[in-house]
Design a protein around this ligand. Structure first.
Ligand SMILES: [Zn+2]
Length: 304
């Protein structure tokens, strides 16, 4: 029986994004305050995979896992400047993607690591799964919008039977939490799978600005004929972002939309679905993502 377990840990460190061929002014224009020397508490989720042993464990959390994390990750990095702490971060900027890649390779000789998630703050997380230079980057954001769920060919009574209170004619609103995950190759110099500022601007200008503080049914032409359920909103967001993200050099992996704390949906990029052989595999994908720690609507551990 193969199983996976996840251990959360954190360290605090300073870091900077500065390319030596650029002046400080140019670095700040490209990387913002990260060209100075900000600090962050980096939260890690380390997933370990393996058979369940005679003691009922994949790995002993209180001895093997905690000790390995402390010895090989936390002690060398906690309270340090990342760029100066390890050679990996001197050669490549210590972005979340590159940190997750580096920690995976540092830990792999000691633990059967499947993936490492790194989050320097609640809006950003990166995940590395051991595939060459490939990594995933997630940006979390939010928007507020109103909608009404109904089909025009049905009566109010019929719509009410299908959509409940959500079919009431005047509509209602939600504060939507949105997580966009892209996948790409880590640039060996910048440490990024995609230009972070370009991706942030794309999400902000390409979708948030359009949807925020709107009545979706009437303000967004797409929802003239499509019911703006969370599923359809997520599909609309995916279809709006997929090509622009491709132009930035990455691919859209997943859109995760939380309508309330209780209701959420996920849709995968077409390239992800195309690489699968059918619904069964998509089901496996969904199960995998459900086991990913700290879903989008949850508080970041730093704020707990
Ligand atoms: Zn609703």
């Amino acid at each position: 029986m193969v199983c996976s377990i996840t251990r959360r840990a954190s360290f605090s460190a300073s870091y900077y994004y500065r390319l030596p061929e650029l002046s400080q002014e140019e670095n700040e224009a490209r990387f913002g305050i990260q060209a100075r020397s900000p600090g962050a508490t980096f939260w890690l989720w380390v997933k370990i995979i393996g058979p369940v042993d005679e003691y009922g464990m994949v790995a002993n959390l209180s001895t093997q896992v905690k000790r390995s994390l402390r010895r090989y990750i936390l002690k060398p990095l906690d309270g340090r400047n990342l760029n100066e702490a390890w050679v990996e971060f001197a050669e490549t900027l210590p972005t979340p993607e590159w940190i997750s890649h580096t920690l995976w390779h540092r830990l792999k000789p000691h633990l059967n690591v499947a993936s490492i998630v790194v989050s320097p703050h609640e809006e950003v997380r990166a995940e590395y799964l051991g595939n060459g230079m490939e990594a995933r980057l997630t940006i979390r954001t939010h928007f507020s919008a109103a909608h009404r769920l109904s089909l025009p060919q049905l009566t109010l009574t019929q719509n009410s039977e299908i959509y409940g209170k959500c079919s009431r004619p005047s509509g209602h609103g939600h504060n939507y939490n949105l997580a966009i995950t892209v996948q790409g190759e880590i640039d060996p110099k910048s440490g990024m799978v995609v230009d972070f500022k370009a991706l942030s601007d794309l999400i902000e200008n390409g979708i948030i600005e359009e949807l925020d503080h709107r009545f979706l049914n009437t303000d967004i032409p797409y929802f003239d004929k499509v019911v703006p359920t969370a599923e359809n909103i997520a599909i609309y967001i995916r279809d709006s972002l997929e090509i622009p993200i491709k132009k930035l050099g990455a691919s859209l992996y997943k859109v995760e939309l939380h309508e309330t704390d209780n209701n959420s949906c996920e849709v995968y990029g077409n390239s992800v679905i195309d690489s699968q052989t059918g619904l069964q595999n998509l089901g496996q994908l969904t199960q995998g993502s459900m086991s990913t720690p700290a879903p989008v609507s949850n508080s970041h551990p730093a704020s707990v």
